[in-house]
Design a protein around this ligand. Structure first.
Ligand code: NAP
Length: 277
């Protein structure tokens, strides 16, 4: 693969997608971005007259999505890298959230990414090269009350990424799940869907969590431009990882989770082994 790549990124209107697109353009790559309105399309294409192209797409528009990818491949050329970035956080306790809200979370964060992967894979497999990067979350390893279905969606995408890698690595296609900690994007701001409170029993647990997340929005530890540079390092690698954490918060929390999980597995080992035979 030449060092200049054609990179398709979903959700380039703000946050990680926008930062990655800008850093990738600055590094000389061609970037096709997806956006959801004409204003964002014009703003994105203004970044570079030749190498920045924006297509209108909601990643849950499953009927339309294959045509958008086919259109990109016939006009711009083969897609070397797909970055499944589009996603959002649904904040709501499981019991208070509607099934429709939970389904929508999975439709965008999981099935949107899966549909994009299915659209680019035939071309990548035929060419025997390609890289799929799924933006998951530290919430794909650790869990927090109040973002239960968000964590579920990111665990799902982590699992799909890892297993998919085993299916497509023989064809020269890499799959990397990138799990950021807390970064200064619109995630906890305009993009977050917050289910209204309805069950007082959860007040003591959840009210401080919701308030803290609102107060922290825009002041998180992570810099999305630095995340973009880290992702470009992965894109430039001949041996990219299956999983990459971004941010010291993600590192500490995931290490703690793995240690606790390991302790619990050890504590219950005898019961686990008792079912063989
Ligand atoms: P962001 O600033 O809100 O950006 C989200 C992007 O996704 C926007 O471009 C948005 O487009 C797009 N998008 C949302 N729903 C979409 C849909 N149905 N179809 C197409 N595009 C859609 O937040 P961000 O933090 O950069 O989020 C990017 C990814 O990082 C998400 O998958 C998120 O879960 C993940 N993540 C974020 C953090 C963090 O702390 N920021 C941590 C871990 C993981 P519009 O402008 O049209 O809404």
């Amino acid at each position: 693969m030449s060092s200049v790549k054609t990179i398709l990124i979903t959700g380039v209107s703000s946050g990680f997608g926008q930062a990655l697109a800008q850093e990738a353009l600055a590094a000389g790559h061609r970037v096709i971005g997806t956006v959801r309105n004409r204003e964002a399309q014009q703003a994105f294409e203004a970044l570079d007259a030749n190498r920045a192209v924006a297509h209108l797409l909601d990643v849950t528009d499953f009927e339309h999505l294959d045509n958008v990818v086919a259109d990109i491949e016939s006009t711009v050329g083969p897609i070397d890298v797909l970055v499944n970035n589009a996603g959002y956080g649904h904040e709501g306790l499981l019991e208070e959230s509607s099934l429709a809200e939970i389904r929508r979370q999975f439709d965008v964060n999981v099935f949107g990414a899966v549909a994009m992967i299915k659209a680019v894979l035939p071309g990548m497999r035929e060419r025997r090269r390609g890289h799929i990067i799924n933006i998951t979350s530290m919430g794909g390893f650790i869990t927090l009350p109040g973002i239960t279905d968000y964590c579920g969606s990111k665990f799902a995408l982590e699992g799909i990424s890892e297993a998919l890698g085993k299916e497509v690595n023989p064809f020269g296609i890499h799959v990397t799940a990138v799990a950021p900690g807390s970064f200064r994007t619109e995630w906890a701001g305009r993009s977050m869907v917050r289910t209204p409170r309805s069950i007082a029993d959860y007040d003591a647990l959840f009210a401080p969590i919701r308030q803290a997340r609102e107060e922290k929005s825009g002041k998180q530890l992570g810099d999305p431009v630095k995340a973009a540079r880290a992702i470009l390092t992965v894109i430039g690698s001949d041996t990219p990882p299956a999983h990459l954490l971004l941010g010291s918060d993600a590192l500490a929390l995931v290490r703690e989770k793995l240690a606790t999980l390991s302790q619990e597995i050890n504590a219950w080992e005898a019961v686990t082994r008792s079912t063989d035979g």
